[in-house]
Design a binder for this molecule. Structure first.
Ligand SMILES: Nc1ncnc2c1ncn2[C@@H]1O[C@H](COP(=O)(O)OP(=O)(O)O)[C@@H](O)[C@H]1O
Ligand SMILES: [Mg+2]
Length: 236
C-alpha cells in the first residue's frame, strides 16, 4: 500500500509555478529523498503534505486521507525550515510541553530520553531562543519526532548542523522505522538516509528510482553526484 500519493499536483504563487504537475508515490515503510536544486519545489511539496498549504489542482493523500486532518496529524511528523521550539521555554520545557500535547504517558521521561539521545542535556535549562541555530535544529527534530510518528516528513533536516552532529542525527534517523521523506539538495545525504530518490526540478519529477539503480546509471567510477547533475542538467 502507498502511504504518500501525489498525483498531478500544481501549486502557483502569483505567476510562479512552485509545483507544476508533480506525481509520485511512496509505499508504506519506504525511505525516500526528495532531491532537487534550490527553488525546485521541495519545501512547497512538504508544506502541501503537511497540510499547511493547499494545491491549486491535483490530488494528495496520506494513507488515503487528506493532509492536515486531525487523524493524519496523530501519526505524522513534519520538520519545517523554520525552528519549531517555543523560544521562551527552555529545551527541557519544550520537550515536556510537546510530549504532553502528544499525550505521551511520561512526558518527563520522554524529555530526558531525547535530551540524552541528542546530546542536549547541557542545554536543558537554556531558553530555546538563546540556543545556536544548530542546537535549535536538533531540538526541533526531537520535538517533531517525540511521538514516534509513523510517517516522517523532514525538510532539509541536516541544515545548520556541524559535521559531528550531522553524523549523530544521521545515525538516529537511520534507526527510525517510519515511512520517511526527506528533502535535500545533497546527494550524499540522500544516499545515507534513504534508498530511493524522487529527483525534482522546476516543480516536476525528473527521475525516480532506487539509489542502486541511480548508481548503476553512472559511468565507471563516476561519483553519484556527477550522475545526478547530468540528469538534472538534461532537464534544464
Ligand atoms: N510563499 C511563496 N510566495 C512566492 N513564491 C514562493 C513561495 N514559496 C515558494 N515560492 C517559490 O516557489 C519555488 C519553489 O520554492 P521551494 O518549494 O521553497 O523550493 P525548494 O525548497 O526546493 O528550494 C521558488 O521559485 C520559490 O521562490
Ligand atoms: Mg526548501
Amino acid at each position: 500500500m502507498d502511504c504518500i500519493v501525489l498525483s498531478n499536483v500544481v501549486k502557483r504563487f502569483g505567476n510562479v509555478y512552485a509545483i507544476n504537475g508533480l506525481t509520485f508515490s511512496i509505499p508504506c515503510g519506504g525511505r525516500y529523498a526528495l532531491l532537487g536544486p534550490n527553488g525546485a519545489g521541495k519545501s512547497t511539496t512538504m508544506k502541501i503534505l503537511a497540510g499547511l498549504i493547499k494545491q491549486d489542482s491535483g490530488d494528495v493523500s496520506i494513507k488515503g486521507m487528506k493532509p492536515g486532518t486531525k487523524q493524519v496529524k496523530k501519526f505524522l511528523a513534519y520538520l519545517p525550515e523554520d525552528p519549531v521550539p517555543y523560544r521562551i521555554l527552555t529545551a527541557r520545557e519544550n520537550l515536556e510541553y510537546f510530549a504532553s500535547l502528544r499525550g505521551i504517558p511520561d512526558p518527563k521521561g520522554r524529555a530526558e530520553e531525547l535530551l540524552e539521545l541528542l546530546d542536549l542535556k547541557q542545554y536543558e535549562k537554556v531558553q530555546a531562543g538563546k540556543l545556536s541555530r544548530g542546537n535549535q535544529q536538533k531540538l526541533s527534530l526531537a520535538l517533531v519526532l517525540i511521538h514516534n510518528p509513523e510517517i516522517v516528513l523532514l525538510d532539509e533536516p541536516l541544515n545548520y548542523l556541524d559535521i559531528p552532529t550531522q553524523e549523530k542525527v544521521i545515525g538516529l534517523l537511520r534507526n527510525l522505522n517510519s515511512t520517511f521523506l526527506i528533502s535535500t539538495h545533497i546527494m550524499s545525504i540522500a544516499s545515507r538516509l534513504t534508498d530511493h530518490v524522487v529527483m525534482i526540478s522546476k516543480g516536476r519529477v525528473v527521475w525516480t528510482g532506487s539509489i542502486s539503480d541511480l548508481k548503476a546509471m553512472g559511468r565507471e567510477d563516476e561519483p553519484i553526484e556527477s550522475v545526478v547533475s547530468r540528469m538534472m542538467s538534461n532537464d534544464l
